[in-house]
Design a protein around this ligand. Structure first.
Ligand SMILES: *Cc1c(COP(=O)(O)O)cnc(C)c1O
Length: 234
């Protein structure tokens, strides 16, 4: 395993720096860091990097492309990892994703829920309804007006366990992360009236995790601050 250590020099330091940044942001927000979990986003990076992260104690990793995630999960099946699917998921790939994903953060339409409802799973998959915080339907995520309907559909399945909402902040020039996450917090509070157990909030990436923690995020999806620059997608 010295190869991975050589290839990914600085990985441990960057991971520690982000962990201490999370602890500081929790301190500033008056929150317990134990209530915030870190998912390291490893998309486009080789399996060897995921394995180096596992050696550093990381258990939760995030991927946004089904084929890539499926291949890495198979290659690293011997490791104790939880795979979080965070990208747009085609309905016809949903049942396959359910084979390796412990969590799906990108539930954005009822048809996807229906496909996942028929998946064969050993235990229910953690499900986050993704909300689009922009006016651009191409960004991914459900229109806020559809959250409740999708959530009800999730609640009606045996294969999914509704955890809460997920969102990606708009670009900084479109809207400040604080304002976008405040709206997200509002949607999350509305969802709690329908589903009191759906207390999780998946928000916060490399550039906005502090604002996300201030807004109550429980699941951070952080990539480049830890992994370094991403290779180009293949
Ligand atoms: C890539 C990605 C992330 C991580 O982004 P970084 O800016 O590298 O931290 C988080 N969430 C989603 C949905 C992503 O696609």
């Amino acid at each position: 395993m010295t190869d991975t250590a050589l290839d990914y020099q600085g990985l441990g330091e960057r991971l520690a720096a982000v962990q201490s940044g999370i602890a500081d942001a929790c301190g500033a927000a008056g929150r317990d860091p134990a209530d915030v979990s870190l998912i390291v986003v490893t998309k486009f990076h080789p399996a060897a990097l995921v394995s180096a992260l596992a050696e550093l104690g990381v258990q939760d990793v995030g991927e946004n492309r089904h084929q890539e995630a499926q291949a890495k999960a198979a290659e690293l099946a011997a490791l104790d990892l939880r795979w979080h699917f965070i990208g747009q998921l085609q309905t016809k790939k949903a049942r396959q994703a359910a084979q390796y994903a412990a969590a799906i953060h990108s539930i954005d339409r009822e048809r996807l829920v229906d496909a996942l409802a028929t998946a064969e799973v050993a235990q229910p998959i953690d499900a986050f309804v993704q909300v689009n915080l922009t006016d651009d339907p191409g960004r991914g995520g459900a229109d806020p007006a559809d959250i409740e309907r999708i959530a009800e559909r999730v609640l009606a399945t045996d294969t999914l366990r509704l955890r809460g909402l997920m969102a990606v902040a708009p670009l900084p020039e479109e809207e400040a992360a604080e304002a976008a996450f405040a709206r997200l917090r509002g949607y999350a509070d509305e969802l709690l009236r329908l589903a009191p157990e759906a207390t999780a909030l998946s928000a916060g990436m490399t550039h906005d995790y502090r604002e996300a923690i201030a807004a109550g995020a429980t699941h951070l999806r952080i990539g480049s601050a830890i992994t370094g620059k991403r290779p180009d997608p293949r």
